[in-house]
Structure formats: structure tokens, C-alpha cells
Design a protein around this ligand. Structure first.
Ligand SMILES: NC(=O)c1ccc[n+]([C@@H]2O[C@H](COP(=O)([O-])OP(=O)(O)OC[C@H]3O[C@@H](n4cnc5c(N)ncnc54)[C@H](O)[C@@H]3O)[C@@H](O)[C@H]2O)c1
Length: 259
């Protein structure tokens, strides 16, 4: 048996990089129509140019997930192009590392704005479409950081805990509309975001950033998680086969987080 989501239309935020980009490839390969969203059109155009994809089934639409007008335009563009929406992957996210003493109000607000408010705005905008049709699926990319604490990222950890909480609440509220909401909680995925964390921390603790990055791996797995590994689980959660999984925050960190 293979997971079936072909013919569906799915929006992916944060699709110009990392997990979002890998998810676009996986979903496209599985036969879905894919709407890539990220801050800058030029980055989306680059991704579209680099990937060998069937252009009739994939479009890029610039969107700042924290701006309600942008989000409305994104949803309208997707519906105009493909007729109907079936899924959303909230992968847009930011991390601004610092110790708790020095974390600025601006950095705290920015992480909550993108990671939490952006997830909420996009989820509600697509859910309005789902409600008027026959339902849909949402997968939020949270983090194992939302369940366990890590140093130098208190604001990020708290924002991801909020994404997990949002996932539960939206799932409960929207299940009567046949809208399924789940979250994934990766740890140590090989993306530019993780590399930037090592770049920030390395000089502070006197370790070469590249060496530090290679040590930032899930302990039991002993290697970085690949974006495509996360993308495949996201694809499953978007499918009808995941209908019995609701409001969950599933750890994708090689077993590091036991709950
Ligand atoms: N890499 C990891 O180890 C890891 C682990 C757990 C969770 N995550 C989460 O996974 C998600 C994807 O992260 P990634 O590692 O692929 O990072 P990434 O930096 O490679 O990609 C994040 C993307 O989000 C986009 N983005 C940022 N702010 C945006 C906004 N306001 N509107 C629209 N797009 C915006 C960026 O432009 C970028 O393309 C994030 O939510 C991140 O917190 C990552």
C-alpha cells in the first residue's frame, strides 16, 4: 500500500529552503499541486528553476506569513490556479539565538510573530476554504525544542511550545469540519537554519562552527536528519491514511525526546 495524496492542492510556507523545499519535492513527486510560499519571489523562482518539476502543478507566491493581506493573497492565488485547497504545511520559521539575559524584546516578538502568529494566520485562512469544501489537513512544523529546553534559545523554544499547543486547540475546534491538524517536532535537521545556529554558537564556546555543526546530531541516530525524511512524514500526515492521528505533535528526532 502506498500513501495517496495525488491530485490534492497543498500550500507550503517557508518553501524556499530546508524542510519546506524538501516537502515541495516530495509532494510534487506524489502527484499533488504545490503552492510554494516564502518571503521573496526571487528565492521561489530560483527553487522552481533548480528543481525538475512539472510546471503546470507548481507555483511560487511571495508571502510574509505574519502579514494578513499576504496570507489572503496566497490563498486566493492557490484557489484561482488550482480551484480548491486540500492541505497546508506551516514550515516558515525563524530562530534568533541568544542567552535569556540578552534576548531583546524585538527578537522575542519576531520569533513569536513568524512561528506562532504566522502559523495561526495561515491555518485559519486555509481552514476557511476547507470549511466551505469537504475538509483538509494541516501540518505544523514545530520542534522538539517545544517539548524540551535547550540553552540559548528560550524564545524559540517557547514559540514552538505555542505551536504545539495551537495544534491541539485547532485540531479540537476544527475536527467537526473534517479538518485534521497535526505537528511534527524534528530535531537536528540538516538545513541552513541549523548551520546558522552552529555559526552563532561556535565562536562563543570556542569551537569551530563546522565541527560544532557535525556534533549537533540526534544522539541515538548519530547523524543529521535529512529534510526529505521529515518531508515524507509530513506527506503521510497530509494523507487520508492519517485520519486517526489528530492534534498530535510527533517527534522526528531519532528517539531523543521520549514524550
Ligand atoms: N533545521 C532544524 O534542525 C529544525 C528542527 C526543528 C524544527 N525546525 C523548524 O522547521 C521549519 C523549517 O526550518 P528549516 O530548518 O527548513 O529552516 P530554513 O531557514 O532552511 O527555512 C525556513 C524558511 O522560512 C522562511 N521564512 C522565514 N520567515 C518567513 C516569513 N515571515 N514568511 C514566510 N517565510 C518565512 C525563510 O525565508 C526560509 O526559506 C522551521 O519552522 C523551523 O523552526 C527546524
Amino acid at each position: 500500500m502506498s500513501v495517496s495524496i495525488d491530485g490534492k492542492t497543498i500550500i507550503i510556507t517557508g518553501a524556499a529552503s530546508g524542510i519546506g523545499r524538501a516537502t515541495a519535492e516530495v509532494l510534487h513527486d506524489m502527484g499533488t499541486n504545490v503552492v510554494l510560499a516564502d518571503l521573496y519571489q526571487k528565492d521561489l523562482d530560483e527553487v522552481l528553476a533548480e528543481l525538475d518539476l512539472e510546471r503546470s502543478r507548481i507555483i511560487g507566491c511571495s508571502c510574509d506569513v505574519t502579514v494578513a493581506n499576504d496570507v489572503e493573497k496566497l490563498v486566493a492565488t492557490a484557489v484561482e490556479k488550482f480551484g480548491k485547497l486540500d492541505g497546508l504545511v506551516n514550515s516558515a520559521g525563524v530562530i534568533m539565538m541568544d542567552n535569556a539575559w540578552d534576548t531583546s524584546n524585538e527578537d522575542m516578538k519576531q520569533q513569536f510573530s513568524v512561528n506562532v502568529e504566522g502559523t495561526f494566520l495561515c491555518s485559519r485562512a486555509v481552514a476557511l476554504q476547507f470549511r466551505d469544501n469537504d475538509g483538509g489537513s494541516i501540518v505544523n512544523v514545530a520542534s522538539n525544542c517545544g517539548k524540551v529546553g535547550y540553552q540559548n534559545m528560550a524564545a524559540y523554544n517557547a514559540s514552538k511550545a505555542a505551536v504545539i499547543s495551537l495544534t491541539r486547540s485547532l485540531s479540537l475546534e476544527w475536527s467537526e469540519n473534517n479538518i485534521n491538524v497535526n505537528a511534527v517536532c524534528p530535531g537536528g535537521v540538516d538545513t541552513p537554519m541549523l548551520a546558522n545556529c552552529a555559526e552563532w554558537l561556535g565562536p562563543k564556546i570556542g569551537v569551530e562552527s563546522a565541527e560544532l555543526l557535525s556534533s549537533m546530531v540526534p544522539a541515538q541516530l548519530g547523524r543529521h536528519i535529512k529534510p526529505i525524511e521529515v518531508a515524507k512524514i509530513i506527506a503521510f500526515l497530509l494523507s487520508e491514511d492519517a485520519i486517526i492521528i489528530r492534534g498530535q505533535a510527533i517527534n522526528l528526532d531519532g528517539g531523543d525526546t521520549p514524550y
